[in-house]
Design a protein around this ligand. Structure first.
Ligand code: MTE
Length: 326
C-alpha cells in the first residue's frame, strides 16, 4: 500500500478528471495484477486534462489493488457520488454536505477501539491508512429512500482491524460512533437525530469480507461529504448503516441502540438488509432509481435481495424471519 501525498509539481485536483484518471488507473492495476505491466505510480496523475465539476476532497491520492469482490456495473459519475449525499451533521438537503462539510477538520483524527477486546487501542488516522493493503471495491449502494449508486470505494476489510484488537468471546455486536462536534458540524443544531450518529452490526456481519473500512473513493482519499477521513461501508444493507466520519468503535455484548432506530423504530430496524419484499412505510423497496441514469423516461431498476450480494451474505441470516428482523 502506498499513499501519495500531493507535491508541488502535481496537478491541482481541479485539473484532473477523476473519472478518466480512475479508469486509467484501473486499467493499469488490472494489467499489473495480470503480470502484464510493471506498476509505476506516476501513471495515475498523467492521465487527464479537462475539468472537474465538483469539489475534490483533498491532496492525497490512494493506490489500491483491484478486488474480485467488485461489481463490473458502470460507475456512478463522480459528480453525483460527491454531490448527492446524506450526511445530516451538515444538513438534511442532498447538496448540503458538499456545500457545508468544508468545516470538518481531518487532522488530528483518531479512532478509539473499545469494549470487549483484548487489545483496546486508539488508532491515529494515518496508522489506519497503513494498517492493511488497500483494495478498490466497487460496490452497489442502495439508500432506503429508493436510489442507488455504484461507487469505487477504497479500503480494507473491517476484519483486518478486528484481528489487531482481538475481540473477546463476549463481543457479539459492534457499535460505530461518528463525530458529533457542533463547532464543525452545523447540522447538529437541528434535533433530527440523537447525536452522535450511531450505527451497529452483529459481529459476524462486521467480520464479513464485504464489510469495508473505507478510506477513499475514486482513487483519492474520502471527500469530506462522503465521511472523511474514515467510514464503514456495508453494501448489502441500506446506506444509513454505513456510518461516516468514525471516531469510536465499540465491541459490545448487547445489540447497540442506533440513531435511526431510536428516531423511528417501526421504520428502521437494526438489520436493515436491502430487501425488496419488505417495504418501508414510506418508500417501496421493490425498485430503485440509479443516480445518474435518471431522465423522464428512465425506468426504475428492480431492487435485488441483499442488494445483489445474496450469494455472499444470505447464510448470515439463515432461519431468521426477515420481516421481523428488518
Ligand atoms: N453517517 C453519518 N455520520 N451521518 C449521516 O447522516 N447518512 C447515512 C450514511 N452514513 C449518514 C451517515 C445515509 S442515510 C446514507 S444513504 C449514506 O451515509 C450516504 O453515503 P454517501 O453520501 O457517501 O453516498
Amino acid at each position: 500500500m502506498l499513499v501519495r501525498i500531493r507535491r508541488d509539481g502535481d496537478p491541482q485536483p481541479s485539473e484532473i478528471t477523476p473519472r478518466l484518471l480512475h479508469e486509467n488507473r484501473r486499467a493499469v492495476l488490472k494489467a499489473a495484477a495480470a503480470g502484464l505491466a510493471a506498476w509505476s505510480a506516476p501513471t495515475i496523475v498523467d492521465a487527464a486534462p479537462a475539468t472537474v465539476e465538483s469539489p475534490v476532497s483533498g491532496a492525497a491520492r490512494l493506490q489500491a489493488r483491484p478486488s474480485a469482490l467488485s461489481t463490473t456495473e458502470p460507475l456512478t459519475p463522480y459528480k453525483h457520488v460527491v454531490g448527492y449525499n446524506n450526511f445530516y451533521e451538515f444538513g438534511t438537503g442532498k447538496d448540503d454536505p458538499a456545500a457545508r462539510a468544508g468545516s470538518l477538520r481531518l487532522r488530528p483524527w483518531t479512532v478509539a477501539i473499545e469494549g470487549e477486546v483484548a487489545r483496546p487501542r486508539v488508532f491515529d488516522i494515518d496508522e489506519l491508512l497503513r494498517l492493511a493493503p488497500l483494495e478498490e471495491r466497487v460496490y452497489r449502494m442502495r439508500c432506503v429512500e429508493g436510489w442507488s449508486m455504484v461507487i469505487p470505494w477504497i479500503g480494507y476489510p473491517f476484519a483486518e482491524l478486528m484481528k489487531r484488537v482481538e475481540p473477546t468471546g463476549s463481543a457479539k455486536y459492534v457499535e460505530f460512533v461518528t463525530l458529533a462536534d457542533a463547532g464543525q458540524m452545523p447540522g447538529l443544531r437541528a434535533p433530527v437525530l440523537a447525536w452522535p450518529y450511531v450505527e451497529g452490526l452483529r459481529i459476524d456481519e462486521a467480520a464479513h469480507a464485504l464489510t469495508l473500512l473505507t478510506l477513499g473513493l475514486y482513487g483519492e482519499v474520502l471527500p469530506k461529504q462522503n465521511g472523511a477521513p474514515v467510514r464503514i461501508v456495508v453494501p448489502w444493507k441500506y446506506g444509513f448503516k454505513s456510518g461516516k466520519s468514525l471516531v469510536r468503535i465499540r465491541f459490545v455484548e448487547k445489540q447497540p441502540q442506533t440513531s435511526w432506530n431510536l428516531a423511528a423504530a417501526h421504520e428502521y430496524g437494526f438489520y436493515s438488509n436491502v430487501n425488496p419484499q419488505v417495504s418501508h412505510p414510506r418508500w417501496s423497496q421493490a425498485t430503485e432509481r440509479r443516480i445518474g441514469e435518471d431522465g423522464f423516461l428512465q425506468r426504475k431498476r428492480p431492487t435485488l435481495m441483499f442488494n445483489g450480494y445474496a450469494d455472499q451474505v444470505a447464510s448470515l441470516y439463515a432461519g431468521m424471519d426477515l420481516r421481523k428482523a428488518f
